[in-house]
Design a protein around this ligand. Structure first.
Ligand SMILES: Nc1ncnc2c1ncn2[C@@H]1O[C@H](COP(=O)(O)OP(=O)(O)OP(=O)(O)O)[C@@H](O)[C@H]1O
Ligand SMILES: [Mg+2]
Length: 511
C-alpha cells in the first residue's frame, strides 16, 4: 500500500543539494510506515466485523418472530381435545384468521397424528425427522430452518400427548412461516450498524492522518533546522525542543559535529603551520637568489648557488614530511595494507641506508637484533618511522658519538629502540617533542619539528606506543616504539588417525 505523504511530498519539492539521494528501498517515509501499519489491519478487521454483525443481527431478528410462532403453536395445541382416546381438533375462525394474517410472509401449519393422518392444515408441509424419544418431549416447542416450495422457512413444532397415553401416541403441531420479515429486520440492523461506519472510518483515517502529521512535526522542524544551516556552522543542534525519542539521535549527531569541528580546526591549524613553515625556506631562497643575481665574483656566485641548492633540499624535505604526515593521517595507507612484517629485517635495511650519513658525521651507527621479530604493519610507514628516529639520533648526537638501533622481542611485544649518547633531552621536553612543528629551543641543526609527529602518527596506526626518554645509561636519549608481536594463526587440528583403517590396509605380516 502506498500512501502519499506530506513528508515525502515536501522532500520532492525541496531544493537540490539536500544530501545524497536515497535509494528507492531506503526512501521509506516514517509517516507512510505508521499509516500502513495502523490502517492495513483495518482492511482485514472491517469485513470480519461485517460478518459478525450479520450473524448477530440474524439472531436478534429471529427472536421476536420465533416468539409469535411459538404462540401460534401453543394456540393450536390448546384446541386439540381427546375424545375416546382419539385426538379431535376444531380450529376457531379467529385462530385461522390469525394464522393467515401476515402481509409479508406465507404461514403454513398442520396437525398430524403419529400415523401421519392429517387432522387439519397443509398436507405436504414436511414432518421433522425425529429419532429418539428425547427429541419429542410433550409440550416442548422446537424450531428448525428448511426449504419449502423453493423458499426458506422457519418451523416451530411441538408434540402433544395425554399424560397417561402410551409413548407412541402423540399429535404433531407444526407452524411454519417464510423468512421475509426476519431477513428484512436483520438487514435493517446490519445497515444501521454498518452505514455509520462509512462515515466514522474515513473520519478516523483523517484524524489519524492529521494526528500523525502533527506528531511528526518536530521531525520536520529538525530537518528544516539542519537543512537551513550554514555549511560552515558546526555548532551543536539545540536539544531544547527536540522530543525525547529524537534526543539520542540529535546527541549522536552533535557528537559527530564536535568531532568534525575538532578535525577541521586541527586541519586548519596544520595548514596554517605548514604555510608558515614553508614561508621561511622560501623567503630564504628568495633572498639568496636576489643576492646571487647581484653577485659578480664567480666564486661568491657559486657559493650563493650552492646555498640555494641546500635551501631547495630543505624545502623539498619539508614538503615530503608534510606529505607523509598527510598520507599517514588520511586512510590512504590504512589498516587494510597491514601485513605480517619482520621488523628486524626492515630496520636493518634502514640502518644500512644511514651508515654513510653516520660515517660522514663521524658517528658509530650500530644494529642489534635477536633475529626475526614479527609484527603486523605497513612496510612503507614502518620504514618512515625508523628513518625519522635514526635521523634524530644522528642529528642530535655530536661527532664521535654512538647510535644503536635495537630490536627486543619480549614474546608479547616487539620493541624498537634507537639509543644515542648525544645532547639528550629533559623529561618535560620529551613529552612535548611529539607535537607538530615543536622543536627544543637549543636543538642543534636544521629541522621542522615534524619527525616525531610523523613517528607518533605511524605508531598510532599500528596500535603501538612511541616514547622519547633521557638515556638511562648516561648521556643522550632513547627513542622507543612498542609493537604487539604477531603470531601466525594456529593450523586447524589434524583429524584423528583411523587406526582400524590403517591396520586393514597394511599387508599381512609374514610368518
Ligand atoms: N634523539 C634525540 N635527542 C635529543 N633531542 C631530540 C632527539 N630526537 C628529537 N629530539 C628533539 O625533539 C625535537 C622534535 O623532533 P622532530 O624529529 O619532531 O623534529 P626535528 O628533528 O626538529 O625536525 P624534523 O622535522 O626535520 O625531524 C627536536 O627538535 C629535538 O629537539
Ligand atoms: Mg627529526
Amino acid at each position: 500500500m502506498v500512501w502519499a505523504t506530506a513528508l515525502n511530498d515536501r522532500k520532492a519539492n525541496s531544493p537540490a543539494g539536500g544530501g545524497t539521494p536515497l535509494s528507492p528501498e531506503t526512501e521509506r517515509s516514517l509517516f507512510g510506515e505508521i499509516l500502513d501499519w495502523m490502517l492495513a489491519p483495518l482492511l482485514f478487521v472491517w469485513p470480519l466485523s461485517i460478518a459478525f454483525t450479520h450473524y448477530f443481527a440474524n439472531n436478534v431478528a429471529n427472536f421476536p418472530y420465533d416468539q409469535s410462532l411459538r404462540e401460534h403453536v401453543a394456540t393450536i395445541s390448546r384446541q386439540i381435545q381427546m375424545v375416546d382416546g382419539k385426538p379431535v381438533i376444531s380450529l376457531h375462525a379467529a385462530t385461522r384468521a390469525m394464522l393467515r394474517a401476515d402481509e409479508l410472509d406465507s404461514v403454513y401449519f398442520h396437525v398430524l397424528t403419529q400415523d401421519r393422518k392429517l387432522l387439519v392444515g397443509d398436507q405436504d408441509l414436511p414432518v421433522p425427522e425425529t429419532t429418539g424419544k428425547g427429541e419429542r418431549v410433550p409440550g416442548e416447542i422446537y424450531f428448525r430452518d428448511m426449504e419449502y416450495k423453493g423458499q426458506d422457512i422457519r418451523v416451530a413444532y411441538s408434540f402433544i400427548a395425554e399424560p397417561q397415553a402410551p409413548a407412541d401416541q402423540w399429535v404433531l403441531v407444526e407452524v411454519a412461516e417464510t423468512t421475509e420479515k426476519r431477513t428484512q429486520l436483520a438487514n435493517r440492523i446490519v445497515a444501521s450498524v454498518i452505514l455509520p461506519q462509512f462515515i466514522i472510518i474515513p473520519l478516523a483515517v483523517m484524524l489519524v492522518w492529521f494526528g500523525l502529521s502533527r506528531g511528526l512535526r518536530p521531525l520536520t522542524r529538525l530537518r528544516n533546522t539542519i537543512e537551513h544551516r550554514d555549511p560552515a556552522d558546526l555548532s551543536p543542534i539545540a536539544t531544547r525542543r527536540v522530543p525525547e525519542e529524537l534526543e539520542p539521535l540529535v546527541e549522536a549527531f552533535n557528537e559527530m559535529l564536535e568531532r568534525m569541528k575538532r578535525n577541521v580546526e586541527a586541519q586548519q591549524r596544520f595548514v596554517a603551520d605548514a604555510a608558515h613553515q614553508m614561508r621561511t625556506p622560501l623567503t630564504g631562497l628568495k633572498t639568496q637568489a636576489q643576492f646571487a643575481a647581484r653577485e659578480t665574483n664567480p666564486e661568491a656566485l657559486r657559493h650563493a648557488l650552492r646555498q640555494i641548492a641546500t635551501g631547495v633540499d630543505r624545502a623539498g624535505r619539508l614538503v615530503n614530511q608534510l606529505l607523509t604526515l598527510a598520507r599517514t593521517e588520511g586512510s590512504e595507507i590504512g589498516q587494510q595494507q597491514h601485513e605480517p612484517t619482520d621488523l628486524s629485517q626492515l630496520v636493518r635495511e634502514v640502518v644500512e641506508d644511514w651508515v654513510i650519513v653516520a660515517l660522514d658525521k663521524g658517528i658509530d651507527l650500530g644494529f642489534e637484533s635477536p633475529g626475526k621479530a614479527m609484527i603486523t604493519g605497513n612496510a612503507f610507514l614502518l620504514r618512515e618511522l625508523a628513518k625519522n628516529l635514526i635521523d634524530n639520533a644522528i642529528r642530535y648526537t655530536p661527532s664521535g658519538g654512538h647510535v644503536t638501533c635495537r630490536i627486543i622481542d619480549t614474546g608479547k611485544t616487539v620493541l624498537l629502540e634507537v639509543e644515542d649518547d648525544g645532547i639528550g633531552i629533559s623529561l618535560e621536553q620529551a613529552e612535548l617533542v611529539f607535537e607538530r612543528f615543536y622543536r627544543v629551543d637549543d636543538a642543534a641543526g636544521e629541522g621542522s619539528g615534524l619527525g616525531l609527529a610523523i613517528v607518533q602518527e605511524i605508531a598510532n596506526q599500528h596500535d603501538a606506543r612511541a616514547t622519547l626518554r633521557p638515556n638511562p645509561r648516561g648521556k643522550g636519549a632513547v627513542a622507543r616504539v612498542a609493537f604487539a608481536t604477531w603470531y601466525p594463526p594456529l593450523p586447524p587440528p589434524a583429524p584423528p588417525e583411523d587406526y582400524a583403517e590403517l591396520y586393514r590396509q597394511s599387508p599381512p605380516l609374514g610368518p
